[in-house]
Design a protein around this ligand. Structure first.
Ligand code: ATP
Ligand code: MG
Length: 489
């Protein structure tokens, strides 16, 4: 047999014990993209409180939810937002689809997407539409508190209504939301942007004014002087405030129809006792607005931030290739509203579950799963202990879960077809810490009786409502605005 020199003649079989210890290389830890946040379970009560209130209030005003894609053709935003805006100039995540060369963009806002969808599906063919949406938006901004690269908006769009009634309705809807969320003080500012002709007249006057004061303009302003002088009014540069404050205002150029629309909005708001301030400098960052614009401003973490902005965008449908259809809407920044809710401490985390099932006996896993299902059939939220663990560590988990009661399955319980109940929280007739044994068949009734009694004593308590809703949804008042879910503690 020819020998192969590249291999040892008599290879020694490798002994596991003799093998050199392989260095353990940990895979690189990956992190989320800067400015794009994970939303962890600890924040979920806040998100749910906001989402529930929004869904209930939109329903109360007759707005229907629409879900549009997160990715749209880049053209939609260039046309729909305006090429000379902060968003389109520098904030869009745009890319070429390498499979077919299409120019695409992660949506930086959703009015353009909703209007595109309304045109595409003829949504306003036979009647006007009230629509709302929520979801992530993407803007390549410098991340800081209250400003992220992936953030969330809730928005409403009323399509096919000329206003001013629907303008006021949208503002009132926002106010109802701030009240439902217990946000504290939120200030309303409004303005009227007139129509295209009026803005053109104002624009010429502005250009003339800023040209006469060229030396006081910063780089951004100089660049915008002829492309978008209106945006100069929106400057955040303190050195330009005096100049901007003395600039000609659009109100001096409004004609009869625009003035009447603006007065209409104001009268409706006054009739509803809705306080507002007219801010003649309010322009909004997007090009498509006309007539009414409004912003809600609130103290968020020590500074004043706009939490919601909106207004009328009558020209947009035509700009996107549809038939002329008036539109009015708003978008609110979810993260900024959540920050206010955090400050107001208006939402307390609800317990993870109503019942925690603790078990340790031969064959108790099977029974524990069955007990869990029976309790859930009755509308209760149940965690069944999974995995190993003695009673002590299981009870620790039960306490941490916030459950009102622990159902215990030990050797004795399994043998006698009973369960032990340990009440972890006080109810109307039971002290915390009390323990009792009940037959397996009575268990559900005993627990439901206690927890429903407890719910009766609470305003807005979740337990009894959860039971009613879960067992008979038809009895729920469809107009009811769900309260923020509060803890039973
Ligand atoms: P700003 O002047 O603060 O940049 P904007 O005019 O760009 O706001 P809009 O396009 O009107 O904002 O969006 C509506 C709302 O969405 C804002 O009032 C704000 O609450 C929120 N928002 C906008 N951009 C961000 C962001 N990058 N991160 C978090 N929230 C945002
Ligand atoms: Mg911005």
């Amino acid at each position: 047999m020819a020998s192969d020199n590249s291999k040892p003649a008599n290879p020694v079989p490798e002994q596991p014990s003799a093998a050199p210890a392989e260095p353990k290389v940990r895979a690189e830890k990956l992190q989320a993209v800067r400015g794009m946040n994970d939303i962890l379970p600890a924040d979920e009560p806040l998100w749910e409180a906001l989402e529930d209130s929004v869904a209930g209030i939109m329903r109360a005003y007759g707005y229907q939810r629409i879900r549009t894609p997160i990715v749209e053709p880049t053209k939609l935003f260039v046309r729909g937002i305006g090429a000379v805006t902060d968003i389109v100039e520098k904030e869009m995540y745009s890319f070429t689809d390498s499979l077919n060369g299409e120019q695409l963009t992660l949506r930086p806002e959703n009015t353009a997407g909703v209007v595109r969808a309304a045109i595409e599906h003829n949504l306003t063919y036979d009647a006007p539409r009230r629509l709302w949406y929520t979801g992530p938006m993407f803007r390549h901004e410098r991340p800081q508190k209250g400003r992220y690269r992936q953030f969330h908006q809730v928005g409403a769009e009323a399509l096919g209504f000329a206003g001013p009634d629907v303008d006021a309705e949208l503002i009132m809807l926002c106010q109802r939301l701030w009240d439902a969320l217990d946000l504290g003080p939120v200030r309303l500012e409004i303005n009227c942007l007139g129509d295209a002709q009026e803005r053109a007249a104002h624009r010429s006057a502005l250009i003339a004014y800023f040209e006469a004061h060229q030396d006081q303009l910063d780089e951004d302003a100089k660049r915008r002087l002829h492309s978008n002088p209106l945006r100069i009014l929106d400057t955040k540069n303190p050195a330009m405030q005096a100049l901007v404050n003395a600039a000609p205002t659009l109100s001096q150029f409004l004609g009869q129809a625009s003035s009447a629309h603006f007065s209409g909005v104001q009268e409706l708001l006054k009739a509803q006792n809705m306080p507002f301030r007219i801010n003649p400098r309010l322009v909004r960052g997007l090009d498509y607005y006309n007539l009414t614009v409004f912003e809600w401003i609130a103290p968020v973490g020590g500074s004043e931030l706009t939490i919601c902005g909106g207004g009328r965008y009558d020209p947009l449908t035509e700009m996107l290739g549809g038939k002329p259809t008036p539109g009015c809407g708003f978008a609110l920044g979810v993260e900024r509203v959540l920050e206010m809710m955090r400050q107001a401490e208006s939402v307390v985390a609800a317990p993870l579950c109503d019942v925690y099932v603790v078990h340790q006996a031969a064959g108790s896993s099977v029974l524990a799963l069955q007990v869990g299902e029976r309790l859930r059939d009755a509308g209760l939220d149940v965690i069944v202990h999974a995995g190993q663990g003695g009673f002590k560590s299981q009870f620790k988990r039960a306490d941490a879960s916030g459950a009102a009661v622990a159902v215990i399955l030990g050797e004795e319980e399994v043998a006698r077809n009973i369960v032990s109940l340990k009440w972890l929280r006080e109810t109307a007739s039971i002290e915390a810490g009390e323990q009792e044994q009940v037959g397996l068949d009575e268990m559900v009734d005993v627990i439901v009786d206690q927890l429903v009694d407890e719910g009766d004593d609470l305003d807005g308590g979740s337990m009894i409502e959860a039971l009613t809703l879960d067992t008979d949804p038809d009895e729920a008042d469809p107009q009811a605005v769900p309260p923020a879910r509060k803890s039973l503690h």
